[in-house]
Design a binder for this molecule. Structure first.
Ligand code: PLP
Length: 355
């Protein structure tokens, strides 16, 4: 115990303009707890983007609920809100009180938009649909600390949001997470559940099953220090992205990383799309060429509707996410990347072009 957990929570709350924040041991547990306090129950369904790291879909399963997977849109690679609307109107039945997926018979309770790669989901139409069908919105903002959707910080638009301070995120505490919400009851419940559900300050009385999901004071102290460099890190990420975008702007077959006009992206993971017909070779060829030059690059995640881990989940057709999985390549973009290192990445990528 100690004072740093509260200081870190307050620091994130101030930065976001969020009413309440609750620290957690990592982002995945933060999502698990957010789902619980938002009232998602076993056998409910939670709508998730199919193109995401697996953690949010797993968190849904930890509480006995099921994800429903929605395709990405082709422009910014985020959850496709038109397809979401199609699912809600065509695959579900609304009885005036709740929504039922008529393929599975399960109640649809929440939407869990994942803001991937540092770029927010188009939240206004999503929030409208959520209001229409009384769905709770749980933002996975783990890749998006500091990004803005219109005037608002990612993670302050839905009913509750989660952040991660894993080693690969924009700031890190080694491992760590945070829940943000304007709902005081939910925040208090989240604190209670993440700290073993203690019901007495002295006696060991527990009226519910809680979790040991507390962030340690040591990690929180690291988090406080990391908050001092966050603004610089965001500026560096944006500069790295601008350099790549310019270098690749007139290479046929490379799609640079987009930013919607209504968005401030933190470009957490700089990702290009490679059109093999125009470029001459495909994304995996470029990946192997970079690898042979000792430069690490990564494809995007296998879309969740194709993951054996989630074969029980209902999914819409997701052709865009499947195409993104084939064509995308994430390039080195650490805040420690030097100019000459970035130039070497650019040179190797460009040297792969056949046309
Ligand atoms: C990193 C990440 C998480 C989970 O974070 P951990 O702190 O590693 O548990 C959840 N969702 C997405 C999309 C992530 O990228």
């Amino acid at each position: 115990m100690g004072s740093y957990v509260e200081r870190f929570e307050n620091s994130i709350a101030d930065f976001l303009g969020a009413k309440h924040t609750v620290a957690a041991v990592n982002g995945t547990s933060a999502i698990q707890i957010a789902l619980l306090v938002a009232g998602v129950q076993a056998n409910d369904e939670v709508i998730v983007s199919t193109l995401t790291f697996i953690a949010p879909a797993n968190a849904v399963r930890y509480i006995g609920a099921y994800p429903v997977f929605i395709d990405s849109e082709a422009e910014y690679y985020q959850m496709d809100i038109q397809k979401l609307a199609c699912f809600l109107t065509e695959d579900c039945t609304w009885n005036g009180m709740e929504l039922q997926n008529h393929h599975t018979g399960r109640r649809v309770k929440a939407i869990l938009p994942v803001h991937i790669l540092g770029h927010p989901v188009d939240m206004d139409p999503l929030m409208e649909l959520a209001a229409k069908y009384r769905l709770v919105v749980i933002e996975d903002a783990t890749e998006c600390l500091g990004a803005k959707y219109k005037k608002n910080m990612a993670g302050t638009i839905g009913d509750i949001a989660c952040f991660s301070f894993n080693g690969n995120k924009i700031i890190t505490t080694g491992g760590g997470g945070m829940i943000a919400t304007s709902n005081e009851t939910w925040a208090r419940k989240a604190k209670y559940l993440t700290t073993q559900a203690k019901d007495d300050p002295l006696e060991f009385i527990h009226n519910e099953i809680g979790y040991n999901f507390r962030l340690t004071n040591i990690q929180a102290a690291v988090g406080c220090a990391q908050m001092e460099v966050l603004a610089d890190y965001i500026a560096i990420k944006r500069r790295i992205a601008a350099t790549y975008n310019q270098a690749f702007s007139d290479i046929p077959g490379i799609q640079t990383m987009p930013e919607a006009p209504w968005v401030f992206s933190i470009y957490w993971m700089y990702t290009i799309l490679i059109d093999d017909k125009l470029f001459g070779v495909d994304s995996r060829y470029v990946l192997r060429r970079l690898q042979s030059d000792k430069i690490q690059s990564r494809p995007l995640w296998q879309p969740m509707h194709l993951s054996l881990a989630h074969h029980e989940a209902y999914a819409m057709d997701c052709p865009v996410a499947e195409c993104l999985n084939r064509t995308a390549l994430s390039l080195p973009c650490s805040v420690g990347l030097k100019d000459e290192e970035q130039q070497r990445v650019i040179d190797v990528v460009c040297s792969c072009a056949k046309h």
